[in-house]
Design a protein around this ligand. Sequence first.
Ligand code: SAM
Length: 281
Amino acid sequence: MAAIDDLPPLREVIATHGLQAKKALGQNFLLDLNLTARIARAAGDLAGSDILEIGPGPGGLTRGLLAEGARRVLAIEKDPRCLPALQEIAARYPGRLQLIEGDALKIDPLAHLTPPIRVAANLPYNVGTELLVRWLTPPEWPPFWESLTLMFQREVAERIVAAPGSKAYGRLAILAQWRASARIVLDLPPQAFVPAPKVSSAVVHLTALPEPRFPADPAVLSRVVAAGFNQRRKMLRASLKGVAPGIEEHLAAAGIPPTERAEQVGLEAWCALARSVKAAT
Ligand code: SAM
């Protein structure tokens, strides 16, 4: 396949800069630039957007995003060893790649970005899940981002797109699907990464909806859903007891039988329940 740019292959970059993967930083690198270009294309309109990339590592996805025409990329990387390699990419694409060394969980990147903004990342799954929940639960909607294109362990990706009644359905599915549309756009086997992780991965693409699918207060919805799924095998009248006094009346107001379990309840009914609880407080 044709090279996507005239920079050295990633194996060479890793060798030159001594970027042996560190387990503590969840480093599993993508070395196939045609694959990273494919992931970049899944992120949507690159030319018309600023891209926030978290965890660029040696820069495989960064190069994919830039080669596919991203207007600008702001990349936040925690591992200082990666910065010299990333600076070489910045020099190849003048004015289009800005780098920040630091922990994405502690940095607010918004001052450096101009809307529309899209997010792309291949992150350790725990950091990815924490950031996803933050990006899905800002105080105001619509959020700063138009879309999120994120790599997860396949099992986490399934939890994001899960439908009611399935084992994977839970808080993540509800938070993701309430105000965004989410789908799995690419599956990757362990061998796509160096070193290969134990499990398969998948890329999830989420697009922010202009408005939530059903009205609800985010904090109340999040609290009610968390309580319901914390004890997912219990009937809701029991698992939600601590959420609000008279929970059976709220369940009735939302049209949910008190004997149902959390995983049987669809998004619309969860939102109705959150509205009833909110109205009583
Ligand atoms: N994007 C590169 C790729 O696809 O080959 C690297 C992916 S690797 C799975 C995850 C990257 O995230 C590593 O480079 C790691 O150093 C970085 N990272 C881990 N935790 C981070 C954090 N809290 N903030 C920013 N970067 C982080």
